[in-house]
Design a protein around this ligand. Structure first.
Ligand code: PMP
Length: 418
């Protein structure tokens, strides 16, 4: 390790990272005989003991199907399940818990909006603006809908530094624009978009906004009322919760006017052989048996980050990001993609003369887990005319020592390819 760089690592962390790390059992394991250095939380975050226990406690003590039974356990499970809805409402500062729809994750949330609101409200020739930074989850559902309904999907360009080109955005907005599908934070570059301003401009043009919070939600506090977004989605597994559960927020008047999506048990008011009528939102959008234990444990994950304070988490991750950025720049021969200052928790880069996949494979042998590839954001790669990057993403449990381990491993890659 470069001693000068190691000495420059900040030491007075507000977050007690060592205590946090003890909460995450997986972080103490080794891979290939080396300590695990997990720098892939943007793909999926690890789970604290509290979340693991909460999920198994459901099966050990509280499990039954929800919303169906009059028996004791069903009521306990239903109360706990609905408590997560209330918790998400508070977490996003939504006006009502009826604005929170349980979905499998961000992907399902966007598809739900496309297939219900989009199918009902959008007509041939209507325009959807999507930013160059979008994850495929906030692109492909709109392409599918566009093909079905004759809609026009247009891309909002980004500057070389990875930030949205606001002049281009303003000039793309017009009376045909009906929806802006925007990420709050890029999973490929870490860039934080000026969502609030973009939402205001979209509304001035008469368009609705779907905000993809899958990355942003674990890095800073979200207030959907202050943002004034029309829809917001996030996945539980990226905020230290279980897989298979996420949330869609929609403004009450929009959700109430949207037709059902999937049909089945629990979303109906009444069914006869000839006809079905449906419950109000959000239950109208929740057909079938949900991910009960995962939903209940998601509340524990949200409590966990709230107890640590999202502000402190953001501060810690910003420190890691700037430390990693400095150390990468000091190496030379490294190109960082996404250099705008509005950034959180992710550094995406390439090394001269070495393919990102080779980097990923070699550092893996040192126990360093980074992501390589297009990160399900091919338009970003096309913008920079590259096939892939190496992405290191930071979470509340990462340390400067882990950044040092990544850099040391990258130095070895460099030597191998020299
Ligand atoms: N949007 C963004 C910005 C993401 O990073 C991801 C996950 N990589 C998604 C959407 C999709 O989330 P999920 O796979 O959990 O549905």
């Amino acid at each position: 390790m470069n001693a000068a760089a190691a000495n420059s690592a900040p030491t007075n962390l507000a977050l007690d990272v060592e205590a946090v790390r003890r909460d995450f059992p997986i972080l103490s394991r080794e891979v290939y005989g080396k300590p695990l250095v997990y720098l892939d939380s943007a793909a999926s975050a690890q789970k604290p003991r509290q979340v693991i226990d909460a999920e198994s406690r459901v099966y050990e003590e509280e499990y039954a199907n929800v919303h169906r039974g009059v028996h004791y356990l069903s009521q306990v499970a239903t109360d706990k399940f609905e408590a997560t809805r209330t918790r998400i409402q508070q977490f996003l500062n939504a006006a009502s818990e009826n604005e929170i729809v349980f979905v499998r994750g961000g992907t399902e949330g966007v598809n739900l909006v496309a297939q219900t609101w989009g199918r009902q409200e959008l007509n041939e020739g209507d325009e959807i603006l999507i930013s160059t930074l979008e994850h495929h989850a906030n692109i492909v559902p709109w392409h599918l809908l566009a093909a079905e309904k004759g809609l026009v999907v247009k891309g909002i360009p980004i500057h070389d530094d990875g930030q949205i080109d606001m002049d281009a955005y303003r000039s793309l907005l017009n009376e045909r624009t009906k929806l802006v599908a925007l990420t709050q934070m890029s999973n490929a570059l870490g860039i934080i978009t000026p969502a609030q301003e973009m939402i205001r401009l979209a509304h001035d043009a008469g368009a609705r906004v779907m905000l993809d919070g899958c990355q942003a939600v674990s890095h800073s506090a979200v207030d959907v009322q202050a943002l004034d977004c029309d829809f917001y989605v996030f996945s539980g597994h990226k905020i230290y919760g279980p897989t298979g559960i996420g949330a869609l927020y929609g403004k009450a008047e929009l959700l109430e006017a949207m037709p059902p999506w999937q049909g089945g048990g629990e979303m109906i008011a009444r069914v006869s052989l000839e006809k079905s009528t449906f419950k109000k939102a959000p239950h109208r959008f929740e057909a079938g048996t949900p991910a009960i234990a995962q939903t209940i444990a998601l509340k524990t994950a949200l409590d966990y980050v709230s107890n640590l304070s999202l502000d402190r988490i953001a501060e810690h991750e910003a420190m890691l990001l700037s430390y990693a950025t400095e150390r990468l720049q000091a190496m030379g021969g490294i190109t960082i993609y996404g250099t705008h200052s509005a950034k959180a928790g992710i550094v995406s880069f390439a090394m001269d003369g070495v393919h990102p996949h080779d980097i990923g494979t070699i550092v893996d042998r040192d126990g360093v887990a980074v992501r390589v590839g297009h990160h399900c954001a091919q338009p970003v790669m096309q913008r920079y005319d590259i096939a892939a990057t190496v992405r290191a993403s930071f979470a509340l449990y990462n340390t400067t020592e882990e950044v040092d381990a990544m850099i040391a491993s990258l130095e070895r890659v460099r030597e191998l390819f020299a």
